[in-house]
Design a protein around this ligand. Structure first.
Ligand SMILES: *Cc1c(COP(=O)(O)O)cnc(C)c1O
Length: 227
C-alpha cells in the first residue's frame, strides 16, 4: 500500500488518534493534562517506526526485550530523545537488559522481579521508573499482580528503592473496559500514585475519559500486526 496518497498513512493515523484524544480530553475537562500517547511498535520493523518518529512522536512501547534490542539502538543513534516503554511481561533474567534499554517499565508484577530490577538499577547507576501491572479482572491466565497484593508489592519496590510511580492494566478481552479503568484509577488514587497506564487501540478514548495518563496504542497507529 502506498504511504503517500491513501488515508492510512502513518501521518493520518497519528493525526486521527491525536484528534480522538483531544476530543476526549475536552469532554473530560482535562485539556491541560492530556495523557501521553505511547506508540506500541512491537512486531513492526525500524522502517515502519522511523516515519512516526520523523513526524515528531517520541514515546514508543515494546513488549519483548530482545526484539527491542534489535531495532532501537540504531533508531536512537538518529533520534536521541526517544523514550522507550517496556509494556510486556519481563523475565528476571532480562531485567538488566531492560534497565539498560528502557526509560520506563510498565510490567512490574512480582517481588522477584522487583529484586532483579533493583540490582540492575544499582549496577548500572540508572533509575528507571516502574509501574505495577495489575490483574484488574482477576483472570486466571492473565499477568499482573492481584489487586490485593498491590500494597505489598509497592512496599517491596520501595524497600528496594525502585521508583514505582503508577499502575498499569489490560482489562479482560470482550468486556466493557470502563469499570476496570475506573477501578485502576481508584486504586492508583488510594495508593497515592500519579500514573495510570491504560487504554489500547480499541478503548483509548474511554481510557482518556476515565483518567488514563498513558495510552498504549499499537494497531490504530501502525496498522494490523502480522498482516
Ligand atoms: C500490544 C499491546 C498494546 C497495544 O495493542 P493495540 O490493540 O494494538 O493497540 C498495548 N498494551 C500491551 C501490554 C500490549 O502488549
Amino acid at each position: 500500500m502506498s504511504e503517500h496518497n491513501d488515508n492510512n498513512s502513518p501521518a493520518q493515523r497519528l493525526a486521527t488518534v491525536q484528534a480522538d484524544i483531544a476530543a476526549a480530553c475536552k469532554r473530560a475537562n482535562r485539556v491541560e493534562t492530556p495523557p501521553t500517547l505511547i506508540a506500541v511498535s512491537k512486531t513492526h520493523a525500524a522502517e515502519a517506526i522511523a516515519p512516526v518518529i520523523a513526524l515528531g512522536h517520541r514515546d514508543f512501547g515494546e513488549n519483548r526485550v530482545q526484539e527491542a534490542q534489535g531495532k532501537w539502538p540504531t533508531l536512537r543513534e538518529q533520534y536521541h530523545d526517544v523514550r522507550l516503554h517496556m509494556i510486556g511481561q519481563l523475565q528476571s533474567n532480562k531485567a538488566a537488559d531492560a534497565v539498560a534499554l528502557f526509560d520506563m517499565i510498565h510490567s512490574l508484577d512480582r517481588p522477584s522481579l522487583a529484586k532483579a530490577l533493583a540490582k540492575a538499577m544499582a549496577d548500572q547507576g540508572k533509575q528507571v521508573p516502574c509501574l505495577i501491572q495489575v490483574n484488574i479482572g482477576d483472570e486466571e491466565q492473565k499477568g499482573g499482580c492481584a489487586v490485593s497484593d498491590i500494597g505489598a508489592l509497592l512496599e517491596t519496590a520501595k524497600g528496594h528503592k525502585i521508583p514505582a510511580i503508577g499502575l498499569m492494566c489490560i482489562p479482560p478481552a470482550d468486556l466493557e473496559p470502563a469499570p476496570y479503568f475506573a477501578l485502576l484509577d481508584k486504586l492508583a488514587n488510594d495508593h497515592g500514585l500519579t500514573e495510570r497506564s491504560m487504554g489500547m487501540s480499541g478503548d483509548y478514548v474511554t481510557a482518556t475519559e476515565i483518567g488514563s495518563t498513558m495510552l498504549r496504542v499499537g494497531s490504530a497507529l501502525f496498522g494490523p500486526r502480522g498482516g
